[in-house]
Design a protein around this ligand. Structure first.
Ligand SMILES: *Cc1c(COP(=O)(O)O)cnc(C)c1O
Length: 221
């Protein structure tokens, strides 16, 4: 069940604050996505290549699809023709593959580096040193198919709100430092994508300008 009241309030609040809303529609049917589209939403996030591929053909072409799940290099080719942004870049190898497939499709694909900030072993992402190595490489050039637009991260799954806030603060600091350090045709840092249903308010207080919200809009999965 879509919570349209919540959606309308949230989306106008975010619009006023210049924060992008990615509606996370993983596991939700095409019909739900279409209903939210008809309410004005244009950016959607999906986690699974197969599921995304099946949905795309059945939905309006002006939807901006963000890939937010773990992505294997050998699957990039399936989404490269249409994906707007890949938020879950967690290796240079994956980035090289995205670049190659983007060029093949005569496109530029926006990318976010997924940074590991949680105190959990299970979360994917790069540590700061790994992210710096990638940014250095890309800064040197040769990546005509991609633009690194910023960072994405997930905080610990925890009721400890101060822990979540600390994790977001760390990332914000790294983001601000990186913005000063890197700027090239292939690196234009302007997006800090943090905040999900349970922690988006904290994320916004800590500088998020793109949130990824699923269950609060679409209902529990
Ligand atoms: C599922 C998911 C979300 C949305 O989570 P909700 O808690 O339902 O808002 C956001 N980001 C990522 C990476 C996800 O996998």
């Amino acid at each position: 069940m879509i919570d349209f009241n919540f959606y309308r309030n949230l989306s106008s609040e975010l619009k006023a604050a210049n924060i992008d809303l990615i509606a996370v529609s993983k596991t939700k049917p095409v019909n739900d996505i279409l209903e939210l589209y008809n309410a004005g939403q244009r950016s959607f996030g999906e986690n699974y290549v197969q599921e995304l591929k099946e949905k795309v053909g059945k939905l309006p072409a002006d939807i901006k699809w963000h890939f937010i799940g773990h992505l294997q290099s050998n699957k990039v080719k399936y989404i490269a023709p249409f994906i707007s942004c890949i938020q879950s870049v967690e290796s240079l190898r994956l980035l090289v593959e995205i670049n190659k497939e983007a060029i093949k499709n005569k496109r530029t694909i926006d990318c976010l580096l997924q940074i590991y900030i949680a105190k959990e072993e299970t979360k994917f992402g790069l540590d700061v040193n790994e992210a710096n190595e990638i940014l250095e490489q890309v800064n040197n050039g040769g990546f005509d198919g991609i633009v690194i637009k910023g960072f994405m991260a997930m905080a610990s799954f925890s009721y400890d709100l101060s822990l979540i806030r600390t994790e977001f603060k760390m990332l914000r600091k790294y983001y601000e430092q990186s913005k000063l350090k890197y700027s090239s045709p292939f690196i234009k840092l302007q997006t800090l994508c943090i905040g999900m249903t349970n922690d988006y308010k904290i994320a916004i207080e800590e500088g998020s300008n793109m949130v990824r919200i699923g269950s609060a809009i679409f209902g529990n999965r």
